[in-house]
Each structure stands twice: as C-alpha cells, then as structure tokens.
Design a protein. Structure first.
Length: 302
C-alpha cells in the first residue's frame, strides 16, 4: 500500500489517502483498534448503474488495463471509531465485501430506491450473523422505506418458518438530522429525476463529509446544509447532459460553489480514462476509484 498526505494549508495535512496498488491486493483499514479509532472512508464502488466496464462496450475506458477504470456500483464504507456505516448496498455489495474484506456493518443508509443502490441489500444478513445476531439499523427516507418493504417483504414481515437466514433489520425513516454511531447524520434532499433521493452529511469528531452519489440539481436549502465541509463526494456521470445526473462541468461548478477542502467525484460512466480525468480536474478535486481509502486526520484543521 502507498500512503500519501495531501497538503492543506502550510503547516499540516488533513487527509491521508491510501492507494491500493492492484485490484487484487487491497490492504484494509479494518484490523486493529488504532485504525478503528479514526474517521475514514473507503469507496467500495465508484461506477454508474451499469458499472464500468459496461457490458459489450469496447471503448478505451471499458478496455483499459488501469484497475482504476474498473468500477463497481457506487457505495461508500465509513468507519466511525469502532463502528461502521455503509451507504447503499447495490448489486455488487457481496463482491465488494469480499474484495475489500469489509469486517462489520453497524448501520446502513440508503440514498434512494434505484436498483444500483439497493439490490444487494439481502447480503446484509451475513453481518447479523458475524455480529452475534445484532439487529442492524437501516436509515432511509419515506419513499425508500416504502419501496424496501415492497421489494424485500420477507425482511419486514414475520416469517412463517423459523430458522430462515434472512436480514435482521430495524428500518428507521429519517428526514432531518439524527444521531447514530456517535455521529451526527444529516439527510441532504436532492433532485434526481422523479425518485426521492438523499445525500448524507456526516459530522464526527470535529470533521465532516458529505456523500451525494446521485443528483442532477441541489435545492438551495440543501446547499445551506453543506457549509464548512472537509470532504465532498459528488456525482459526476459523463460529459453529455443527462436528465438525472451531473455532467463533469456541472459537478465541478457545484463542487466549486460548495467549497469543501477536498472533493472526490464518483458514480462515473465510461467518461474517460481515470488517468486523464485526474489531470484535468482542479487541484482540490479528484476522481475516486474503487478501493480508495481516505482518513480524516485529527487535530489538524485550520
Ligand atoms: Zn445510481
Ligand atoms: Zn465503454
Ligand atoms: Zn439513482
């Protein structure tokens, strides 16, 4: 693993970024209490709904040998002290847990009901087992919760048969800031087609990050909830306009307006090779890739 600190200001570094060297050998920030005592996050996936490569596409991105151009569906794993939150459980969730050796999950936040964000949810059940039958809280908005009950009825309905291996979930509908896992979590309502969608702001140990993988427009009150961010993680789909996602140009414009100290973009289509993309973004902004892990250091804020 290669680690690098990104300089912020003259006297300190705010972030330590861990770069996996290959798509197979992913060192994990999971073992050992020293690591668990931090506020960190890892991209489990950074791709759009189809993933990258896209089935049947032979464009330069989809045929790239750079592992950073291989993107599973978007998901973020956030470590908060000795607890862990996962944001979205898409169709690649199981493979992401195996690939990145995700050790535990104490809570789930679902941004919205699109398939690329929820269709791996059933595999949460393994963490119930690993964590001594701990019931796992799942936080989401009203429409998402209604949809989850419809799509996964066996999770919320009482089983007829005992001994079945199914997720043990406590769904919690949220629409305003709430406390969980020792952090303040703020749902961020955004426009994303006609599907009710949230991003999430996390304030923990004096640091903050906001994760918005799917958005095409921010209402003004939501922008007001995003002041003073250390980290922004924002949707960037492609260059051509899209009805429900941000183009590269609009993603950069929003990131500039929001003004986080550091921005990573995610939820990419086969927009352009990662290596080219990182060269043309402004200095405080970078493309994410699967496996990228970032620790927000302590005691180093201006
Ligand atoms: Zn999506
Ligand atoms: Zn392609
Ligand atoms: Zn979506």
């Amino acid at each position: 693993m290669v680690s690098r600190s990104i300089p912020v200001g003259r006297h300190c570094s705010l972030f330590t970024v861990h770069y996996p060297l290959s798509p197979v050998h992913y060192p994990l920030s999971t073992a050992g209490s020293a690591r668990l005592a931090r506020f960190s996050f890892r991209f489990l996936g950074s791709g759009t709904s189809a993933g990258v490569p896209i089935i049947g596409c032979d464009c330069p991105v989809c045929t790239s040998t750079d592992p950073r151009d291989n993107r599973m569906r978007s998901s973020l794993y956030v470590t908060l002290g000795d607890k862990a939150l996962i944001i979205d459980t898409g169709p690649d969730f199981r493979m992401q847990c195996l690939r990145f050796k995700v050790p535990r999950i104490d809570a789930v936040f679902l941004t919205h009901l699109h398939a690329d964000h929820i269709f791996g949810f059933d595999d949460i059940r393994r963490y119930n087992t690993l964590q001594n039958n701990q019931v796992i809280h799942c936080y989401c908005g009203h429409d998402t919760l209604e949809g989850m009950r419809r799509i996964f009825p066996y999770i919320t309905e009482k089983p007829n048969t005992q001994g079945l291996f199914r997720p043990m979930i406590s769904f919690v509908e949220v629409s305003a800031p709430f406390e969980a896992l020792g952090a303040k979590l703020t749902p961020l309502p955004v426009l994303h087609g006609n599907v009710a969608t949230y991003g999430l702001r996390i304030d923990y140990a004096g640091k903050s990050l906001a994760y918005i993988p799917d958005v095409h427009e921010f209402p003004e009150p939501t922008l007001d909830l995003m002041h003073g961010l250390d980290v922004l993680i924002l949707n960037m789909l492609r260059d051509k306009p899209h009805p429900t996602h941000l183009t590269r140009e609009r993603a950069i414009a929003y990131a500039t307006q929001i003004g986080a100290q550091r921005t990573w973009f995610t939820h990419f289509s086969h927009i352009m090779p990662h290596a080219d993309l990182e060269k043309i973004l402004p200095p405080s902004m970078a493309p994410a890739y699967d496996g990228l892990s970032v620790t927000l250091s302590r005691g180093c804020l201006k």
